[in-house]
Ligand binder design. Structure first.
Ligand SMILES: NC(=O)c1ccc[n+]([C@@H]2O[C@H](COP(=O)([O-])OP(=O)(O)OC[C@H]3O[C@@H](n4cnc5c(N)ncnc54)[C@H](OP(=O)(O)O)[C@@H]3O)[C@@H](O)[C@H]2O)c1
Length: 294
């Protein structure tokens, strides 16, 4: 299949290119054309907020599948730059779906931040109620897809990470790099989720394409952890100084955006479809093994 992949330089985008190009023809695009080291395919530049650019690319490439991983993912920045957040996370989604023929499968990567975190973990039938601009704009993107393009798959992961220690969008990378450079970090004990290892999520997306899954699916690890517990696991696996991790409550951080506290995404629907989910410890073990084998 011909796949147009937005956010190709992002942490999930990079992993997806490496996963999907063996079976499919993939065109990765991003607002930046650098930052995807080792990508098997060269990135093309596309700003998904620019309708004319998007239209031109669709007429040149004619994708059969669009996977939209591009987003404004910096949650506090979304609060401070609301118009940009809305432009990237929802209006640009409309740009993309407006260019899709009915037969094109549209895959949207959404987030657990569409929920307010008062009653997690959540399943796909729970009613979203975002408590941040990031969550509201991502939900608006989902709603546009549901209204305008039924041939779609919406996957909601939470706390995405890869083995890379470079991504600004990765909690794992922040914890690893901070501890490695002896920085003290404050990590919240009152935000619970089930972090998603991006290579496993990429495998789930490939499975979904192979099995024609459509609708909404949640994705995350098998276990639920607070950010503090996850940071301790990272320190333990990579022999980093756990005493640099200071447990705090969310309120103490005075961040611009509210975060869902009791979040997490139930994976019963996606596992029933045939996708395997692993624990955070199993995923960290994979990263450790990769590092050890060089
Ligand atoms: N990271 C998480 O913990 C997390 C959790 C749940 C869900 N998600 C969702 O998962 C998806 C992938 O996240 P990720 O962690 O891979 O994020 P990421 O690393 O920030 O990747 C997103 C990519 O989209 C690009 N982008 C931003 N604006 C664009 C535009 N106007 N046109 C084209 N590309 C644009 C970004 O470029 P710049 O870096 O230059 O902005 C970045 O390369 C996102 O939809 C996100 O909402 C992420």
């Amino acid at each position: 299949m011909k796949i147009l992949l937005t956010g190709g330089a992002g942490q999930l985008g990079q992993v997806l290119v490496k996963k999907l190009y063996r079976k499919h023809e993939v065109l990765p695009v991003d607002i930046v054309t650098h930052g995807a080291p080792g990508s098997p395919i060269e990135l093309q530049r596309l700003d998904i907020t620019k309708h004319r650019q998007v239209k031109r690319l669709f007429s040149e490439y004619s994708p059969e599948i669009v996977i939209n991983t591009a987003a404004m993912t910096r949650v506090d920045a979304c609060e401070l730059h609301r118009e940009t957040a809305s432009l990237v996370n929802s209006e640009a989604v409309e740009n993309l779906i407006n260019c899709c023929e009915k037969s094109v499968l549209f895959v949207q990567i959404s987030t657990d931040y569409v929920f307010d975190g008062t009653a997690g973990p959540y399943d796909e039938n729970d009613v979203p109620n975002p408590n941040s601009i990031y969550g509201k704009t991502k939900l608006a993107g989902e709603n546009l897809i549901r209204e305008k393009h039924t041939n779609s798959l919406i996957i909601r992961p939470n706390v995405l990470y890869t083995s890379s220690t470079q991504s600004a969008a990765s909690f794992f990378a922040w914890v690893y790099t901070s501890l490695k450079t002896n920085l003290v970090i404050k990590v919240v004990t009152d935000q619970v989720s089930n972090p998603a290892y991006a290579p496993d999520l990429a495998e789930a997306i490939e499975f979904a394409l192979d099995h024609d899954l459509t609708g909404i699916y949640h994705y995350g690890s098998r276990n639920y952890v607070s950010r503090y517990e996850f940071a301790l696991e990272i320190a333990e696996f990579f022999s980093l100084p756990a005493d640099l991790i200071i447990p705090v409550k969310t309120d103490e951080l005075r961040q611009a955006a509210a975060r869902p506290a009791h979040s997490g995404l139930k994976t019963d629907k996606i596992t029933a479809a045939g996708v395997r989910v692993r624990s955070t410890r199993e995923c960290l073990q994979t990263i450790l093994a990769e590092r050890s084998s060089g």
